[in-house]
Unconditional design. Structure first.
Length: 369
């Protein structure tokens, strides 16, 4: 850079003369026009508009001019640099449009070709539904309880007030591990988990027991020898049937939407007294088919209600078998099949679809973590 000119003598700088500036601009415009793609244009931008470009270096020489000449030189350099910037922007716009058009052609996707995407897969709907049902009770303060699938006969039958001559205790209904006299069975319900909770936990007890159970049923549209149950148990002071019904109404609303009605129909189970069948209001006809013979409902057989599970107050004999003071404590228990809940909730008509391992069935429910 030249030394500052402090005198008023008209000393010139060669790089700032009009002919030199015009030559720089012409060279820059030529290189910009010759750029065939954005990479070449980037090189031209650095060469003619960067900090080390001829125009930038010439602009620094303005300080060497006398005051009278600075204004004219500054205007000349400003116009020159503006012309180069405008040419760069215009050429960049043209090259970007050409690149976009080329990419659309080169990277075009034929959507009619078959894809080779790997299937993402999905968790089984029984697993996710069982977890969803358990979450409903966890939100109410319940705990998850677990137990062995190969269960002692005492836990599965005797402690639950099932007499020795009950039909369920024969090999026609129950899988025995070994011989019928082995005393070990594949649990036919998750109720033994409740009994283990009564023996192992301090009072009060609020537990829910999801899990697999086993029965000697033939596999058909409505039965399977291996299925899933979820049972609940609450033991505390002052527990009544009203608490049981309120709990089940909350579960039904969480599974099938608000407004669904439930009813308790008197029944009999050895381990509860009094006992009841839990019925849901038909979610298809909402009971309208009962009074309208011209609009029959196949879902509820025009009865207006669908059986969902069983429930009742825990039989005092079961409480005594677990060493609980029946004068002070009472409790309720309930249970329902997860497969049956899935059929009601999602309109599944054949239980065999749940166990045959066809990925087309599970993928229809999407991915749920």
């Amino acid at each position: 850079m030249s030394a500052p000119n402090k005198s008023f003598d008209p000393v010139g700088v060669a790089a700032l003369e009009a002919q030199a500036v015009d030559a720089m601009v012409a060279g820059a415009l030529g290189d910009i026009a010759a750029a065939a793609d954005l990479d070449q244009l980037k090189v031209a931008r650095l060469a003619h508009a960067g900090d080390r470009s001829p125009l930038a270096l010439a602009n620094r020489e303005i300080g060497a001019l006398p005051p009278a000449a600075k204004a004219e030189a500054g205007k000349r350099m400003g116009d020159a640099r503006g012309t180069v910037r405008a040419a760069l922007d215009a050429r960049a716009e043209v090259l970007q449009e050409e690149r976009d058009a080329r990419v659309l052609v080169e990277e075009a996707v034929d959507v009619t070709l078959p894809t080779r995407r790997r299937s993402t897969g999905a968790r089984h709907p029984l697993t996710t539904l069982m977890e969803r049902m358990a979450d409903v009770f966890i939100a109410m303060g319940y705990e998850i309880a677990e137990g062995p699938e190969a269960e002692a006969e005492w836990f599965n039958f005797d402690a639950l007030n099932v007499p020795p001559d009950h039909p369920a205790r024969t090999m026609q209904d129950t899988f025995f591990v070994g011989s019928e006299s082995s005393g070990v069975v594949l649990r036919t319900q998750t109720s033994p988990i409740q009994l283990r909770a009564m023996l192992q936990r301090d009072l009060p007890i609020y537990v829910v027991a999801p899990g697999r159970v086993f029965r000697t049923d033939e596999l058909d549209a409505t039965h399977t020898p291996v299925f899933h149950q979820i049972e609940g148990l609450a033991i505390d002071e002052g527990i009544t049937m009203a608490d049981l019904k309120g709990t089940l109404e909350h579960l039904a609303a969480a599974m099938f939407g608000p407004g669904v009605r439930v009813r308790l129909r008197p029944s009999y189970f050895p381990f509860t007294e009094p006992s009841a069948e839990l019925d849901l209001e038909c979610f298809v006809c909402r009971g309208a088919s009962v009074t309208d013979p011209n609009a029959p409902c196949r879902t509820c057989s025009s009865e207006g209600w669908i059986e969902w599970g069983g429930c009742g107050m825990v039989n005092p004999r079961v409480l005594m078998a677990a060493g609980i003071d029946t004068e002070r404590y009472s409790g309720f228990a309930f249970g329902m099949g997860v497969e049956r809940t899935l059929m009601f909730r999602h309109g599944v008509t054949d239980m065999r679809d749940m166990v045959e391992g066809d990925i087309r069935f599970t993928s229809a429910f999407g991915i749920e973590v």
